[in-house]
Structures are given as structure tokens and as C-alpha cells.
Write a new protein. Structure first.
Length: 304
């Protein structure tokens, strides 16, 4: 099924409200970054009084770890409140005509078609298929979105907290999670309004974290889109500099709390891992992308 977007224009969102984004933070990954493993459900709902904290801690199996997680959460909340205006959140996106071709996706960009080859997963999924992101795009013509988000300000905060390693790291970790939260928030806005294929969607944040929405948003460098050099092609189409994002020769983005990727609306679209590919697949990918096998090896090291 083809879903023509309601908004076909390149859209730039500046000065996105920090606290509107903060409610989309997945705190499990925030704690994981601090090596406080575990799921601490309901932590974001614990109010500041000692009674509420004690009641929440009483329900936790690993109480000392939970206490550490609560301490981190409180510190992050305080830093967010104190430094709200230090963070600058921006996003840019566009839903473009596209089609699947030659085991990849061809975007009908403004100046010329842009072909991005895809890889297939190496293990059959539960339905017995070897999935590729190109499978979620019709060869007869379809639409695929491109997005980029950035959260600036953590570098300035690190300088402000010079000598206070804990708060400097807290600022960076918080910025990283705000970037992912912005991707979550933006994807919801696009599904319901800009692309508009799910206008009646009414999911809780917890349901969003579980991916209970229609469509997917694989980011560059993630398991189904492991080629980091795809960033250069997406930048060519969208122009990430509109958000202040700069790209290094190795495909890294600055500010470091940034993300970019693709958006698919297909009802059967699902997240998956490519897995380890063989030399024959490396050679085929290099041929389709028009680069040497040596260069392809550089960008696909994570799946070789």
C-alpha cells in the first residue's frame, strides 16, 4: 500500500521545546550508559517526596541498583531544569518519492536520482524471510522519509562544568538521550501529521518504546543500515547543515548528539539485524554502490 504524504516539503524545525522532548527519553538506555543495568519502570513518575521514593524502591528487586538509578535520574532532572536554555534541539525531514531497484532504494531527489544499496539479513526471520529495507518500498513507486536531528549545547556545558567530571558526563549522556528522544518525538509527529498515514494513532510513550506503531525509522549505523557512509548520501539530499550538523570524513556527525536515518510507512516494516556478511556479499555491495571493495570494507566493518 502506498501512502502519499500530506506534507511533501523539506521541513526544518528549530528551537524544539526541551521539556516536550524530555518525556520521550528512554531512561533504560540512559542508565545503561552509566552501567546501571536493569529496567526501572515508573521511575519517571516518582515525585520528590521521600515517601514516594521509598514506596518505589520497595518494589524493586535490586534495591541498591535502583537507588543508584534514582540518584542519577534526579541529577539528570536537576541538570535539565538548570540548563534548559543551554540545549538547542533541531530537526529536518522530508518524505520523498522513491522506489526499490537493484536490491536498493532510489530516491527521486531534486537534482538527480540517488541510489542507496541495501543488504539482506543473514538469518531467516520468524516468517522465513531474509529481509532488506528495500523490501518495504514498492518497485513501481513509493515514498520514503529522510530525517536528521541534533542536540547542541553539551560541549558548552562540559566547559562550564570543567573540573566536575560527573556533571560534564551527565550533560553529554543527557544530550545523547535527548537526540534519540527527538527522533522518537519527530517520528510520531510525522506518522500522525506530516506524512499522516496514522492520524488516529494514540500510543503511550511506553508503547512507542516497544515499537507498537506502524512503520520504522532505522538510523544510519544501526543493525539494518550498517553502512556509515550512507550519511553522505542522505546529507546530499536533505542538507543536514540546516540543523547545524557537520559531518567528518569518517561519517561522524557533530554535534555528537545527532542522528539521521530513513522512515518507512509499510505496515509490514519491522526492525531487524543484518548480521555478519560474507566476502561475496561485500563484493556485490561494492559493485552496486560503485566503490572499491577496500572502501566498502571500511564502511561495513561492523558486519564483516
Amino acid at each position: 500500500m502506498i501512502y502519499p504524504p500530506k506534507n511533501k516539503n523539506l521541513t526544518l524545525l528549530n528551537n524544539i521545546d526541551v521539556f516536550a522532548i524530555a518525556r520521550y527519553i528512554n531512561w533504560t538506555y540512559f542508565f545503561k550508559a552509566w552501567k546501571v543495568a536493569g529496567r526501572y519502570e515508573g521511575i519517571e513518575k516518582v515525585c520528590l517526596c521521600e515517601a514516594c521514593e521509598a514506596a518505589w524502591l520497595q518494589k524493586q528487586d535490586k534495591r541498591e541498583k535502583a537507588r543508584e538509578a534514582l540518584h542519577l535520574f534526579r541529577d539528570a532532572q536537576r541538570l535539565l531544569a538548570e540548563s534548559e536554555k543551554s540545549f538547542s534541539i533541531k530537526a529536518v525531514f522530508q518524505i520523498l518519492p522513491a522506489k526499490s531497484e537493484n536490491e536498493g532504494i532510489v530516491f527521486d531527489a531534486e537534482n538527480e536520482p540517488v541510489y542507496i544499496p541495501m543488504l539482506r539479513q543473514q538469518q531467516r526471520n520468524e516468517n522465513g524471510h531474509f529481509l532488506s529495507l528495500a523490501d518495504f518500498v514498492s518497485p513501481k513507486g513509493d515514498y520514503v522519509g529522510i530525517f536528521a536531528v541534533s542536540v547542541a549545547g553539551s560541549d558548552e556545558l562540559r566547559e562550564k562544568f570543567e573540573g566536575d567530571t560527573y556533571r560534564a558526563l551527565l550533560a553529554q549522556t543527557l544530550a545523547d538521550r535527548l537526540a534519540e528522544a527527538t527522533s522518537e518525538w519527530l517520528h510520531e509527529q510525522i506518522r500522525k501529521t506530516h506524512w499522516g498515514y496514522a492520524p488516529a494513532e494514540n500510543l503511550t510513550v511506553e508503547q512507542l518504546f516497544k515499537g507498537e506503531y506502524q512503520g520504522i525509522r532505522p538510523a544510519v549505523g544501526y543493525p539494518s543500515l550498517p553502512d556509515q557512509s550512507v550519511i553522505f548520501q542522505l546529507d546530499k539530499i536533505l542538507g543536514f547543515d540546516k540543523t547545524g550538523i557537520k559531518i567528518t570524513e569518517n561519517g561522524s556527525m557533530y554535534p555528537t548528539a545527532s542522528a539521521c536515518g530513513l522512515l518507512f510507512a509499510h505496515p509490514a516494516a519491522s526492525y531487524f539485524m543484518i548480521g555478519e556478511i560474507g566476502e561475496d556479499q561485500l563484493a556485490d555491495y561494492a559493485r552496486r554502490k560503485g566503490i572499491s571493495e577496500k572502501e566498502a570494507r571500511k564502511w561495513l566493518g561492523a558486519v564483516l
